[in-house]
Ligand binder design. Structure first.
Ligand code: GRF
Length: 224
């Protein structure tokens, strides 16, 4: 995204609680993130994220998949509604649907997802339980550019935490979520400033390829 004098317009997609959406809104409203959250899009009109957006005066567009003949029709209808908000960047944050590659394709390099694992480990669901069951020493979250594959696409940055002997999927998820709330605004910040771009399937930071995902440390994102 070129660093335009206008703050980039971000549309967030969420299906549930919306805490990552709220973390982005908080970063924008406190002046830490030079962007605008233009709208919240959802596939669940009754979810907490939609209610939170409306409470905050942020437009919410929520369509019900069952009102459409098929998955592709729903995805098309939802993405058709984006034009009204003229977004520069789409952020999937707890959006629990697999999107049709046909709607993603025009957004290549302008759509990111936050996933609760150290990708490429554990795409899909139930990541916290799977990391504990595998005996992993660390678990984490990744923000990646969205490609055609589920939780695929080049990883931009990760946050991680040690798995302790008494961790349950719930304690691990809760600890990681606080890291997600720092990770996502930090990545969107780099994209909003035009410092992170996707160039031919390679993540570039300040014009140089990022060989390893950036890592979230106490002071922010650092080289991996
Ligand atoms: C987060 O763990 C995110 O990584 C995953 O779904 C969860 C969404 O949480 N994709 P919230 O709705 O942002 O609170």
């Amino acid at each position: 995204m070129s660093a335009s004098p206008e703050r980039p317009r971000v549309v967030v997609f969420a299906s549930g609680r919306g805490s990552n959406f709220l973390a982005l809104v908080d970063a924008v409203r406190s002046g830490r993130l030079p962007a605008r959250v233009a709208a919240l899009f959802s596939d669940r009109p009754g979810c907490a994220a939609v209610a939170a957006a409306r409470d905050l005066g942020i437009p919410a567009v929520a369509l019900r998949p069952r009102d459409f003949a098929d998955r592709a029709g729903f995805d098309r209808a939802l993405f058709d509604r984006l034009a009204a908000f003229d977004p520069d960047l789409l952020v999937l944050a707890g959006f629990l649907r697999i999107l049709d590659p046909a709607v993603i394709e025009p957004w290549a390099g302008r759509i990111v997802n936050i996933h609760p694992s150290l990708l490429p480990l554990y795409p899909g669901l139930d990541t916290h339980r799977r990391a504990i069951a595998a005996g992993d020493a660390r678990h984490g979250a990744s923000v990646h550019f969205v490609g055609a594959e589920l939780d695929g696409g080049p990883v931009i940055a990760q946050a991680s935490t040690a798995i302790t002997a008494d961790d349950t999927p719930e304690t691990l998820a809760a600890r990681l979520l606080t890291e997600e709330h720092r990770l996502l605004p930090a990545v969107v910040d780099l994209i909003a400033r035009g410092r992170i771009v996707l160039d031919d399937a390679t993540v570039q930071l300040d014009g140089r390829p990022v060989a390893q995902p950036l890592q979230l440390r106490a002071d922010g994102l650092e080289p991996g």
